[in-house]
Design a protein around this ligand. Structure first.
Ligand code: HEC
Ligand code: HEC
Ligand code: HEC
Length: 441
């Protein structure tokens, strides 16, 4: 499996040849995941170390995941406590320096594909718990690291020290006065272990996140992410979380679903391996913190989405003339419905969905071409997922169907061209239809 970060090409993908089975019967969500009782294992879940430092089917934390960086391909490393090939000879101080400051035991600087600029905010007690967990509870596995494929002279690592001076901060999170304990806990989890900004904050020209906390307006404002568009997590009313309640955010992070949408793309990794394991109190803290972020990347004059019944009425009339409407009725309506309401929370609504309203249609194109991987909560894979239309629909048909959904039911987002679909098609592959669970034990 290849994971690429921002800036570049294709990554985790999708399949799904689904038969369209509308789900109108109410189904209960699967029971929640068991929350780790070991505090270090909890921090490892919060930091989602397993998603990068493992490959599907491999042993946990032995590394080997291929990652694209702007400089070339690198591989994650073995962080099991094997003294020869892993981090068995790391002291707590060495571990702290690697995880928070991006410097390995032998002194070489890590590429910021390892999200140490976020982990820098980890509190000493959490670093200690994490260290104890890795040293005592993770089985040691002998597996040498794979060298990076970055060519000379770009593979020279000392310039990273200057990068760190400019873009990274080495201080653990300190509670901000004027905010309550819940807000501060949420801020800590989002900015520190959860490294949400690594995907949700737009990056600058040298791979730097444009802001590492809420003092910067670009913080969590969304942007291009490896053939997805990472959504805006600020309170922007249409393209952000402005219309999601704190309970909606909590449901999404715990189970991957709510009445507004369903997780897809690289967010599936985050829900499958990380946020489902958070305590309800921590999930509520994250939701409270996100609800406090002022709207970014949306004009203040924008009017909030309201449902328009005209589209559903038009779809029931014959003959249909609009090209996108015909494709929608034939290929999409059985799951997403003529009124765009789907059957939430399993089959997502497209009416008013922030992903559909996003100015950047890359995620919509990608999921329609390639389908979605599976959300797995408490070991139970989702029954429904988005099929791929890569083979059955042309670029023009996909462009028309997406343009139709972006202008239907009161949605007001711009049309998509066949060229835009062709560009994403070239860069991506169908989602895997395997149910991939990374085990930590
Ligand atoms: C987004 C992917 C990603 C996540 C999440 C991640 N890492 Fe890493 N990590 C990397 C990469 C890539 C490297 C190697 C960087 C390099 O070679 O420059 C690395 C390197 C390391 C190293 C240095 C290892 C060595 O061999 O010297 C340690 C220690 C480490 N990570 C620990 C962690 C821990 C603990 C977590 C969870 C809190 C974590 N990582 C989460 C990508 C990640
Ligand atoms: C590996 C990249 C990655 C990381 C890390 C990540 N996300 Fe996401 N996230 C995405 C992508 C891609 C989507 C788009 C999928 C979707 O809308 O369901 C998304 C969607 C979301 C959504 C739904 C927004 C919407 O408008 O539909 C929320 C809420 C969210 N993420 C919260 C978080 C939080 C909180 C964290 C940190 C704990 C986080 N994400 C970390 C990639 C990531
Ligand atoms: C078999 C049922 C099914 C059909 C048919 C279907 N979808 Fe989906 N779609 C889903 C499911 C389920 C998801 C949620 C992602 C997941 O879990 O796979 C989804 C997600 C989406 C999303 C992202 C919204 C979100 O919040 O997750 C868009 C956009 C979308 N579908 C558009 C379409 C279009 C356009 C068509 C027709 C070309 C279509 N879908 C046909 C089941 C379907």
């Amino acid at each position: 499996m290849v994971r690429k970060l921002k800036v570049m090409g294709a990554a985790l993908f999708f399949v799904a040849c689904g038969t369209a089975v509308p789900l109108h019967a109410q189904q209960s969500l699967s029971p929640p995941a068991v929350i780790p009782s070991d505090p270090g294992e909890y921090v490892a879940r919060a930091g989602n170390c397993v998603a990068c430092h493992s490959v599907p089917g491999g042993k946990a934390f032995t590394g080997g995941l291929k990652m694209m960086t702007p400089l070339g391909v690198i591989y994650t490393t073995n962080i099991t406590p094997d003294p020869e090939t892993g981090i068995g000879d790391y002291t707590l101080e060495d571990f702290d320096r690697a995880v928070r400051l991006g410097v390995a035991k032998d002194g070489h600087h890590l590429y910021p594909a390892m999200p140490y600029p976020s982990y820098a905010k980890l509190r000493p007690e959490d670093v200690k718990a994490l260290y104890d967990y890795f040293m005592k509870s993770v089985p040691a596995v002998k597996q040498p690291d794979q060298p990076s494929d970055i060519p000379w002279p770009l593979n020279i690592r000392w310039p990273l020290a200057f990068w760190n001076l400019i873009f990274a901060d080495d201080k653990p999170y300190a509670d901000k006065p004027g905010h309550d304990a819940t807000w501060n806990r949420g801020a800590y989890l989002v900015q520190g272990p959860g490294h949400c900004g690594a995907c949700h904050t737009p990056r600058g020209p040298v791979f730097n996140e444009k802001a590492l906390d809420e003092s910067g307006i670009a913080f969590l404002a969304g942007g291009p992410l490896d053939n997805w568009s990472s959504p805006n997590l600020t309170q922007a009313v249409n393209t952000g979380l402005g219309r999601w309640s704190a309970a909606d955010i909590a449901a999404y992070l715990k189970a991957g679903h709510n009445d507004h949408g369903t997780a897809f793309g690289s967010m599936i990794d985050v829900i499958n391996n990380s946020t489902q394991y958070f305590t309800d109190a921590d999930i509520a803290a994250i939701a409270a913190y996100l609800k406090s972020l002022p709207p970014a990347r949306e004009p203040a004059s924008v009017t909030a989405y309201t449902y328009d019944p005209a589209t559903a009425a038009a779809l029931h009339a014959t003959p249909l003339t609009q090209a996108g409407a015909v494709t929608y009725v034939q290929r999409c309506e059985s799951c997403h419905d003529s009124d765009g309401s789907g059957s939430a929370p399993y089959l997502p609504a497209l009416a008013g969905n922030p992903a559909v309203l996003d100015n950047d249609p890359t995620s919509l194109i990608n999921i329609t071409l390639n389908g979605s991987a599976r959300i797995v909560v408490a070991g139970m894979p989702d029954a429904y997922r988005m099929p791929q239309f890569r083979v059955t629909l042309t670029n023009q048909e996909i462009a028309d169907a997406i343009s139709f959904t972006r202008a239907a039911w009161g949605n007001k987002a711009g049309p998509v061209t066949a060229d835009q679909v062709a560009a994403v098609r070239r860069e991506t592959n169908p989602a895997s239809d395997k149910i991939e669970i990374l085990r930590m034990k």
